[in-house]
Design a protein around this ligand. Structure first.
Ligand code: AHR
Length: 513
């Protein structure tokens, strides 16, 4: 993992160019690309978004500091309540008076679930956070009827048993949830109720058809794709599931996590690895479309993505007779390199905005998350918070395909990988052009030339970079601010040509207007 030492004074430098032209639009910047995920897992809900008695908690028990950071992060949709958790979940457990809610075993995370937060509560949290809920139904231990029940409870105005139950529980107006995941990672043997592709595909199609009888075309339905490109069933799973569901769903999901073990070069290749995964999924979708002679498109919902230090968990998970409430699980502390990878993964998702119509950073708080909290204490930003927040704030208008000429570097696991990863957005209304660029190189700074001559009269608004002298530095409760996004010095714009030097292992945003 350690970057190899460079001899003192040997300031290695490589060169690369990008050409940006408004004629090469890929598709719109979608707000849904900036989704996140809240699962009943570890301290994501309890001690994360919800901590009654915390100094910043509101009357409902939501942590005010977390709400504030969620808004600052620029999150659009939030997937809920899982994840693996949803495949053993009874949504009715989480509604009604809190004192009457049952305590249950959560088999997915070997924990005790108190159900003090549930559906109506989460929808209220979403309104406060200014985000849209993306709900998942349980297709592990449950099926069509329970999916119809939760849909009716959420969205029917009044006059039925379930809609009136919602009103009795304090939500007079329907929740209006239109984004629904049909189960979670049903390809994985670890999933409660894991099924073969044909069996899941049939169940997902039956569920989708029934849900559309109630919710029509307004619903956006996501069938489960593969939980990783490394799954032995990847590809065939997509084919078989889409063979059943193609005409009744809008998206197929993709999940992918990047571990940081091994050489830093492998970690920094993550964007290129995700890029290939997306291309492969597109091929599988288009294969089914062609076989079915369909006019309809199915898009990708990349609803779990992130860096996850899976091979080196900080705390082992509970086992045996230990069934704790909200244990500290998956609380990875992210490095500068991890943040550069997250920035690169967002660049990759944006580059595929024609096919990736939704994405969720997994997860939001404490559990592999950009936001961390201390019980009774402060909330703080991880390194990965910064590129996400800046991209969400400044990507706007159309995504432009940029022509990149870049040297490559050798990743032992992934072969030759371009050192430069980039994308641009152009907002025709405001005239803003934003270029996001990552120098994946672990050794050399990158001398970058950006050809912007296709745009008339651009000026540089700002150039912000996220990097650090030690790519392995991580933020912590004690020090979350030693490495922050900072202005990039030495950027020049002359006659429509921008030049800059990107430090090794860095993420940079150029804003022009
Ligand atoms: O995000 C953590 C877990 O990773 C989710 O519960 C599951 O869907 C995935 O395997």
């Amino acid at each position: 993992m350690a970057p190899s030492p460079r001899p003192a004074g040997a300031a290695a430098i490589i060169t690369a160019t990008i050409t940006v032209n408004p004629a090469f639009a890929v598709g719109p910047v979608r707000r849904e690309t900036f989704g996140a995920f809240v699962e009943h897992l570890g301290r994501c809900v309890y001690g994360g978004i919800y901590e009654p008695g915390h100094a910043t908690a509101d009357e409902d028990g939501w942590r005010g500091d977390v709400l504030e950071l969620t808004r600052e992060l620029g999150v659009s949709t939030v997937r809920y309540p899982g994840g693996n958790f949803v495949s053993g979940y009874r949504w009715e457990d989480g509604i009604g008076p809190k004192v009457e809610r049952p305590v249950r075993l959560d088999l997915a995370w070997h924990s005790t679930e108190t159900n003090q937060v549930g559906l109506d509560d989460f929808v209220r949290w979403c309104a406060k956070a200014g985000v849209e809920p993306m709900m998942a139904v349980n297709l592990g231990t449950r099926g069509v009827q329970e999916a119809l029940d939760i849909l009716e409870y959420c969205n029917h105005p009044r006059g039925t048993a379930l809609s009136d139950l919602r009103r009795k529980n304090g939500a007079e107006e329907p929740h209006g949830v239109t984004f629904w995941c049909l189960g979670n990672e049903m390809d994985g043997p670890w999933q409660i109720g894991h099924k073969p592709a044909e069996v899941y595909g049939r169940l997902a199609a039956e569920t989708a058809r029934a849900m559309r009888l109630a919710g029509g075309d307004e619903l956006r339905l996501v069938a489960c794709g593969s939980s990783s490109p490394a799954m032995p069933t990847f590809g065939e799973w997509e084919r078989a599931v889409l063979a059943e569901t193609y005409e009744v769903v809008d998206y197929i999901s993709a999940h992918q996590y990047f571990d940081h073990s091994g050489p830093l070069e492998d970690h920094l290749a993550a964007g290129a690895v995700m890029d290939q995964f997306i291309r492969d999924i597109v091929a599988h979708i288009d294969h089914v479309k062609s076989v079915k002679k369909s006019d309809k498109d199915v898009h990708i919902s990349f609803d779990e993505w992130n860096v996850w230090h899976m091979s080196s968990p900080r705390v082992p998970g509970p086992t045996g007779s230990d069934w704790p409430e909200a244990p500290a699980l998956l609380e990875d502390l992210y490095t500068v390199a991890d943040a550069v990878v997250v920035g690169d993964l967002l660049i990759t998702l944006l580059r595929h905005t024609d096919r990736v119509h939704s994405a969720s950073l997994a997860q939001l708080v404490n559990v592999i998350a950009p936001i961390m909290t201390a019980p009774d204490g402060p909330a703080w930003r991880q390194t990965t918070f910064h590129p996400f927040a800046l991209t969400s704030a400044h990507a706007s208008g159309e995504v432009l395909q940029v022509a990149v000429q870049s040297p490559s570097f050798a990743s032992p696991a992934h072969g030759e990988v371009p050192a430069l990863s980039a994308v641009a957005t152009h907002d025709a209304e405001t005239g803003a052009v934003t270029v996001f660029a990552v120098n994946r190189g672990t050794e050399a700074a990158l001398s970058l030339t950006v050809d912007l001559t296709a745009f008339a009269g651009l000026g540089l608004v700002e150039a912000v970079t996220y990097t650090g002298p030690d790519p392995l530095w991580h933020a912590s409760e004690e020090d979350a601010t030693s490495v922050l996004p900072a202005p990039l010095d030495g950027v020049a714009l002359d006659g429509g040509t921008l030049t800059a030097v990107l430090p090794r292992v860095s993420w940079t945003m150029f804003r022009l207007g």
